[in-house]
Design a protein around this ligand. Structure first.
Ligand code: ATP
Ligand code: MG
Length: 382
């Protein structure tokens, strides 16, 4: 098994973090000191050339301890060696002063080697730790930079959309002014003319149609205005289930006529959001109408709810024709439509409403399989 754990940095680069091996290392050092000492104590004194070799063996644990545990480790190990080795000199070699001196000097050497090697190893380790810290710091800065640039891209996208919508707003204001006034006159005069004919008279019917059509035109103009300048609605606690049930009731007949199975699968626990109920219903309705329009006879449209990370999630899944990748990029643009009688404003308005509620709107689609529109809105806890 690899004794080192790899921690990724910058995707490709890696630095190695040692696993905690303190206990086995101390055990190994203790065992080797014990082993060498036993050799010393048990080997007859006349085999002095063997003692000379054993004496040098002690450098092994001392150097290892210095490398593994730095200055303090090296010193602790050389002291331990001194303590176990000293009685051997005193009790077994005792007598010959020159010989003893040589052995005691060796003890001093143990401690010098332990200290110096330990110091050097410690400095090296500190430098490598510093390098690791720098690498970690760089990794964090890189991540921060990445998330900031992602945010900048998202804000840029929002700004571009806002710019398009504000141009649209100006256009809508001019249109409203230029169209509404003549519309008012047409309607007024039509109403006067209608009074000249009795109900049942074909001309009465024609004038009725005229009045209805002016009303319809008036609604279109109002829609433009509403999208350009959404008025601050009444923000209040809304039950997500109730709002969606209303949508199901409103669209059930349309679904039935189209031969589409409309299903509502709410979470067992009702979810609450804070918002303008009327606007939210308008947004949900746009999505469901799109789904019904895209789904063929025999297909299905399913609405379900979920709660995730403090957000309510509403999914509108249809088994319709799906949206091509090219179209998918444009469906939120005002006036983008693939329908002969569509205005292309439905999803643009819907997204505006959802974002005004602090939510998000995402669309996933597969040609021939269907489309899923997901609305996420901040959940209001009870
Ligand atoms: N569920 C869906 N399945 C397939 N295509 C969809 C779906 N929802 C939206 N679209 C595509 O996105 C386009 C834009 O939708 P949007 O609601 O903005 O306008 P529209 O439906 O065309 O017009 P309007 O809403 O005024 O009737 C649609 O024309 C359609 O091509
Ligand atoms: Mg639509």
């Amino acid at each position: 098994m690899n004794p080192l754990l790899s921690v990724p940095i910058f995707g490709g680069m890696r630095y190695k973090r040692p696993m905690n091996k303190t206990a086995p290392r101390i055990g190994l050092l203790a065992l080797s000191i014990l082993g060498i000492s036993l050799l010393h104590y048990l080997t007859p004194l006349h085999l002095h050339y063997l003692h000379d070799i054993f004496q040098r063996f002690y450098y092994l644990p001392i150097i290892l301890a210095s490398l593994w545990f730095g200055f303090r480790g090296g010193m602790a190990c050389s002291l331990a060696v001194s303590i176990v080795y000293a009685p051997h000199i005193l009790l077994q070699w005792g007598g010959g002063l020159t010989l003893e001196m040589e052995k005691y000097l060796e003890i001093v050497m143990y401690n010098v080697v332990g200290g110096v090697t330990g110091l050097l190893a410690q400095r090296e380790r500190e430098r490598s730790l510093e390098l690791q810290r720098t690498a970690q710091g760089l990794e964090e800065s890189y991540k921060k930079l990445q998330s900031q640039s992602e945010r900048i891209i998202a804000v840029e996208e929002q700004l571009r959309r806002a710019e398009r919508l504000s141009t649209l707003g100006e256009m809508a204001a001019v249109l409203a002014h230029e169209i509404r006034n003549p519309l008012g006159s047409i309607r007024g005069t039509a109403e006067i003319l209608r009074d000249d004919y009795r109900p049942g008279d074909p001309k009465h019917e024609f004038i009725e149609i005229q009045i209805k059509e002016t009303e319809r035109l008036n609604h279109v103009v109002e829609d433009f205005l509403r999208m350009a300048r959404p008025q601050a609605g009444q923000m209040q606690r809304c039950s997500l289930r109730e709002e969606l049930e209303t949508i199901v009731v409103l669209t059930a007949n349309d679904a039935h006529q189209r031969g589409i199975k409309l299903t509502f699968e709410p979470l067992e626990n009702d979810l609450a959001v804070t918002g303008d109920g009327e606007k939210l219903r308008q947004a949900f309705l746009n999505i469901v109408i799109n789904a019904l329009q895209a789904t063929p006879d025999g297909g299905s449209v399913t609405i379900s709810t979920d709660s995730k990370d403090g957000f309510c999630e509403v999914r509108f899944r249809d088994t319709g024709a799906g949206i091509t990748p090219d179209a998918l990029e444009k469906i939120f643009e005002p006036f983008f439509t693939t329908k002969a009688d569509g205005t292309g404003l439905g999803l643009a308005i819907t997204r505006k409403i959802i974002e005004a509620h602090g939510g998000t709107l995402t669309v996933e689609s597969e040609i021939g399989t269907g489309t899923t529109v997901t609305v996420r809105l901040p959940e209001t806890k009870t």
